[in-house]
Design a binder for this molecule. Structure first.
Ligand code: FES
Ligand code: FES
Length: 163
Protein backbone atom coordinates (compact mmCIF):
# COMPACT_ATOMS: atom_id res chain seq x y z
CA UNK A 1 0.00 0.00 0.00
CA UNK A 2 1.34 3.41 -0.95
CA UNK A 3 2.20 6.01 1.63
CA UNK A 4 1.97 9.75 1.16
CA UNK A 5 5.22 11.53 1.89
CA UNK A 6 5.86 15.26 2.06
CA UNK A 7 9.24 16.82 1.58
CA UNK A 8 10.97 19.88 0.16
CA UNK A 9 12.38 19.30 -3.30
CA UNK A 10 14.63 21.99 -4.71
CA UNK A 11 13.02 24.61 -2.51
CA UNK A 12 9.40 23.59 -3.18
CA UNK A 13 7.08 21.62 -0.95
CA UNK A 14 6.06 18.41 -2.67
CA UNK A 15 3.80 15.49 -1.77
CA UNK A 16 3.76 12.14 -3.49
CA UNK A 17 2.46 8.64 -2.86
CA UNK A 18 5.22 6.03 -2.84
CA UNK A 19 5.15 2.25 -2.56
CA UNK A 20 7.14 0.75 0.34
CA UNK A 21 9.80 -0.69 -1.98
CA UNK A 22 10.04 2.36 -4.28
CA UNK A 23 13.43 4.00 -4.29
CA UNK A 24 13.96 7.73 -4.08
CA UNK A 25 15.42 7.55 -7.59
CA UNK A 26 12.20 6.01 -8.91
CA UNK A 27 10.06 8.49 -6.99
CA UNK A 28 12.01 11.43 -8.39
CA UNK A 29 12.22 10.26 -11.99
CA UNK A 30 8.94 8.38 -12.45
CA UNK A 31 6.76 10.05 -9.85
CA UNK A 32 7.89 13.65 -10.08
CA UNK A 33 9.53 13.89 -13.50
CA UNK A 34 12.88 15.00 -12.10
CA UNK A 35 15.25 13.52 -14.65
CA UNK A 36 18.74 14.68 -13.64
CA UNK A 37 19.41 11.72 -11.31
CA UNK A 38 20.24 8.83 -13.65
CA UNK A 39 19.97 5.11 -13.14
CA UNK A 40 23.39 3.71 -14.03
CA UNK A 41 23.82 0.57 -11.95
CA UNK A 42 20.85 0.62 -9.54
CA UNK A 43 23.03 -0.88 -6.81
CA UNK A 44 25.12 1.94 -5.35
CA UNK A 45 28.24 1.56 -7.46
CA UNK A 46 28.28 4.35 -10.04
CA UNK A 47 27.03 7.58 -8.44
CA UNK A 48 24.92 8.70 -11.41
CA UNK A 49 21.86 8.87 -9.15
CA UNK A 50 23.51 11.17 -6.57
CA UNK A 51 21.25 13.72 -4.90
CA UNK A 52 21.38 15.50 -1.54
CA UNK A 53 19.23 14.83 1.47
CA UNK A 54 19.51 17.59 4.05
CA UNK A 55 22.73 18.77 2.40
CA UNK A 56 24.48 15.39 2.32
CA UNK A 57 24.95 13.42 -0.86
CA UNK A 58 23.31 10.02 -1.12
CA UNK A 59 22.83 7.49 -3.86
CA UNK A 60 19.14 7.77 -4.52
CA UNK A 61 18.97 4.20 -5.83
CA UNK A 62 19.81 3.01 -2.31
CA UNK A 63 17.33 5.21 -0.45
CA UNK A 64 13.66 4.40 -0.16
CA UNK A 65 11.23 7.12 -1.05
CA UNK A 66 9.54 6.80 2.34
CA UNK A 67 12.83 7.74 4.00
CA UNK A 68 12.71 11.33 2.75
CA UNK A 69 9.39 12.12 4.39
CA UNK A 70 10.02 15.50 6.05
CA UNK A 71 13.47 15.95 4.52
CA UNK A 72 15.00 18.51 2.19
CA UNK A 73 16.02 16.95 -1.12
CA UNK A 74 18.19 18.68 -3.69
CA UNK A 75 18.88 17.49 -7.22
CA UNK A 76 20.88 19.10 -9.98
CA UNK A 77 17.77 21.11 -10.89
CA UNK A 78 18.06 22.81 -7.50
CA UNK A 79 21.73 23.73 -7.72
CA UNK A 80 21.19 26.77 -9.93
CA UNK A 81 21.61 30.11 -8.17
CA UNK A 82 18.97 32.82 -8.81
CA UNK A 83 18.03 31.22 -12.10
CA UNK A 84 21.64 31.12 -13.29
CA UNK A 85 24.01 28.21 -13.57
CA UNK A 86 26.10 27.82 -10.45
CA UNK A 87 29.80 28.63 -10.89
CA UNK A 88 30.51 24.90 -10.82
CA UNK A 89 27.94 24.17 -13.52
CA UNK A 90 29.40 26.99 -15.61
CA UNK A 91 32.92 25.63 -15.15
CA UNK A 92 31.74 22.20 -16.34
CA UNK A 93 30.38 23.84 -19.47
CA UNK A 94 33.41 26.06 -20.05
CA UNK A 95 35.80 23.15 -19.72
CA UNK A 96 33.71 20.66 -21.70
CA UNK A 97 33.71 18.40 -18.69
CA UNK A 98 31.28 16.05 -20.41
CA UNK A 99 31.47 13.56 -23.18
CA UNK A 100 28.14 11.74 -23.09
CA UNK A 101 27.21 13.71 -19.96
CA UNK A 102 25.58 10.78 -18.19
CA UNK A 103 27.76 11.14 -15.11
CA UNK A 104 27.61 14.94 -14.93
CA UNK A 105 24.58 15.43 -12.65
CA UNK A 106 26.00 13.07 -10.05
CA UNK A 107 29.48 14.53 -10.40
CA UNK A 108 28.17 18.05 -9.90
CA UNK A 109 26.15 17.05 -6.84
CA UNK A 110 29.18 15.36 -5.24
CA UNK A 111 31.46 18.28 -6.13
CA UNK A 112 28.93 20.79 -4.79
CA UNK A 113 28.95 19.01 -1.45
CA UNK A 114 32.75 18.77 -1.51
CA UNK A 115 33.17 22.51 -2.10
CA UNK A 116 30.66 23.30 0.65
CA UNK A 117 32.86 21.58 3.23
CA UNK A 118 36.27 22.26 1.66
CA UNK A 119 36.48 25.56 -0.21
CA UNK A 120 40.00 25.02 -1.53
CA UNK A 121 40.54 21.33 -2.09
CA UNK A 122 43.71 19.86 -3.50
CA UNK A 123 43.57 17.79 -6.69
CA UNK A 124 43.87 14.67 -4.55
CA UNK A 125 40.98 15.78 -2.34
CA UNK A 126 38.82 16.34 -5.41
CA UNK A 127 39.75 12.91 -6.72
CA UNK A 128 38.88 11.43 -3.35
CA UNK A 129 35.63 13.42 -3.13
CA UNK A 130 34.52 12.18 -6.55
CA UNK A 131 35.78 8.63 -6.11
CA UNK A 132 32.24 7.29 -5.85
CA UNK A 133 31.21 8.83 -9.15
CA UNK A 134 32.22 6.86 -12.20
CA UNK A 135 32.62 8.36 -15.66
CA UNK A 136 32.34 5.61 -18.23
CA UNK A 137 33.77 8.01 -20.84
CA UNK A 138 36.80 8.41 -18.52
CA UNK A 139 36.77 12.19 -18.84
CA UNK A 140 38.08 12.75 -15.33
CA UNK A 141 40.69 15.44 -16.00
CA UNK A 142 38.36 18.24 -17.16
CA UNK A 143 35.91 17.34 -14.41
CA UNK A 144 38.56 17.72 -11.73
CA UNK A 145 39.86 20.93 -13.35
CA UNK A 146 36.32 22.35 -13.36
CA UNK A 147 36.03 21.73 -9.63
CA UNK A 148 39.46 23.26 -8.96
CA UNK A 149 38.63 26.27 -11.13
CA UNK A 150 35.40 26.81 -9.19
CA UNK A 151 37.43 26.73 -5.98
CA UNK A 152 39.79 29.35 -7.41
CA UNK A 153 42.65 26.90 -7.13
CA UNK A 154 43.37 26.96 -10.86
CA UNK A 155 42.81 29.97 -13.12
CA UNK A 156 39.85 30.13 -15.46
CA UNK A 157 40.61 27.87 -18.39
CA UNK A 158 44.12 27.24 -17.00
CA UNK A 159 45.90 24.25 -15.59
CA UNK A 160 46.88 23.25 -12.09
CA UNK A 161 50.49 24.44 -11.95
CA UNK A 162 51.07 23.75 -8.31
CA UNK A 163 54.02 21.52 -7.46
S1 FES B 1 22.42 4.13 -10.09
FE1 FES B 1 22.71 4.57 -8.00
S2 FES B 1 24.83 4.29 -7.68
FE2 FES B 1 24.53 3.66 -9.75
S1 FES C 1 30.91 11.95 -19.71
FE1 FES C 1 30.08 10.01 -20.24
S2 FES C 1 29.93 8.98 -18.36
FE2 FES C 1 31.02 10.75 -17.87
Amino acid sequence: MKKRIRFVLNGEKRAIDVAPQETLLEALRDGLGVKSPKCGCDRGDCGTCTVMIDGRTVRSCLVLGVEVDGAVVTTLEGVMENGELSPLQQAFLDRNAFQCGFCAPGMIMSATELLARNEQPTREEVQEGLAGNLCRCTGYSPIIDAVLETAGVVPKGGRDERP
